[in-house]
Every structure is written in structure tokens, then in C-alpha cells.
Ligand binder design. Structure first.
Ligand SMILES: [Mg+2]
Ligand SMILES: [Zn+2]
Length: 203
């Protein structure tokens, strides 16, 4: 039996009352995208990412991962392996005082997946299902949220969910309404400036 959204992890004690979050794609944003990363030994953080996540948290953003994982549906690795890798990531970040709020993943693929995983689901990006679920689960205001992805499908999912600030980790991919960045550290610079401007406005 395959559940509609697969395994997901939510930190029910995540202490922030803030209604803003940064939605993070995983592969190509947090870790280098080697294709179907399924083991902690293959998980290589991109430069400055851990510090940047701590800084985003300090700015009051929840951190929520939204990741297409069709490798599960294709039979390359299991839900259990994905959950184990996710747990290692959660524990590693916790050791650095970073509390993820949630990880949502889509194990499906409309044509290439096996059995019940082969479906035209609402969660696979570019569809916004995982992001909308996060907005509802954590009572977020999408217009003050940000999304960081490396592919156009990430950006389209963010647009579909009405996310206010869209960043693409691809300097060659500047387009309307999207800020191209070299990586998560540059996102911190933009969001720090936005939050500083907000504080000035409120005073
Ligand atoms: Mg990616
Ligand atoms: Zn899906």
C-alpha cells in the first residue's frame, strides 16, 4: 500500500511561532546533486550551506525541505533508505543547533515508476502540492515565505503555491520574478536585506 505523500517528517516541537519559512529543494541546493543520492556517504553539503541554514533560522524562518524522490518509485532505493538518510541529516543539523521543521518528499513518477508509485500525483514538482501542504501544516503566509531551488520545476512549484520570494541556484537562469544566486549563502544576504527593510518600515 502506497500512501499518497510517502514518508514525511515533521518536527512537532519546532518552537517558532513565525508564519514564514524557507522551502528548500534538497539535491542541488543543500547537497551536491549526484543523481539519486540515497546514502549519507553520498551526501556532500554545498559550500556554506550549514552556516546559511543557521542564519535563516536566526532570521526567524522555519526550514522546510521539499524534494522529488522518484528514485523510490523507480525502485532505486526504498522509503526506508530515504527515511534513514533524512534522519541522519536531521541529526547532523541538530548537532549544529539547526531544527528542521519538516521534510516532504514525492516518491512518484507519472510514467517511470513501479506499481502504486506510478501516478500523476499533486506532489511532484513542478506541482505545488508539497509546498501547499507545508503552508497548511505550519500556518504559513506564502507571500512572506521563500523558496530555493536549482531547477525550473522548483520555481514553478513555488509560483504555484504563491511563494513571495523565489531563488534559483543557477546563475545562468535569471528570469522574471526569480533571483538567480550562486547558493544558499547568497539567499541569506537577500533575505537579511528584506527583513531589515521590514524592521525599518515597522518603526
Ligand atoms: Mg534539485
Ligand atoms: Zn508525488
Amino acid at each position: 500500500m502506497v500512501s499518497s505523500a510517502g514518508w514525511s517528517w515533521c518536527n512537532r516541537v519546532a518552537g517558532s511561532k513565525n508564519h514564514k519559512a524557507v522551502f528548500l529543494d534538497r539535491d542541488g541546493v543543500i547537497n551536491s546533486d549526484r543523481g539519486y543520492v540515497s546514502q549519507w556517504s553520498q551526501f556532500e553539503f554545498l559550500p556554506g550551506v550549514v552556516t546559511a541554514m543557521a542564519q535563516l533560522q536566526a532570521l526567524g524562518y522555519r526550514l522546510i525541505i521539499v524534494t522529488n524522490q522518484s528514485g523510490i518509485g523507480r525502485g532505486y532505493y526504498t522509503e526506508g533508505e530515504f527515511a534513514a538518510l533524512s534522519t541522519q541529516l536531521i541529526d547532523f543539523l541538530a548537532d549544529h543547533n539547526i531544527a528542521l521543521t519538516a521534510i516532504y518528499h514525492c516518491p512518484h513518477h507519472p510514467t517511470e515508476a513501479l506499481g502504486g508509485y506510478k501516478r500523476d500525483c499533486d506532489c511532484r514538482k513542478p506541482r505545488p502540492g508539497m509546498i501547499i501542504r507545508g503552508i497548511n501544516d505550519w500556518q504559513l503566509e506564502p507571500e512572506v515565505c521563500a523558496l530555493v531551488g536549482d531547477r525550473l520545476s522548483d520555481i514553478e512549484a513555488g509560483q504555484g503555491a504563491g511563494i513571495g520570494h523565489l531563488f534559483r541556484v543557477d546563475k545562468t537562469a535569471e528570469h522574471d520574478g526569480v533571483t538567480a544566486v550562486t547558493g544558499l549563502p547568497e539567499v541569506v544576504e537577500y533575505l537579511t536585506a528584506i527583513n531589515d527593510a521590514q524592521i525599518v518600515k515597522e518603526h
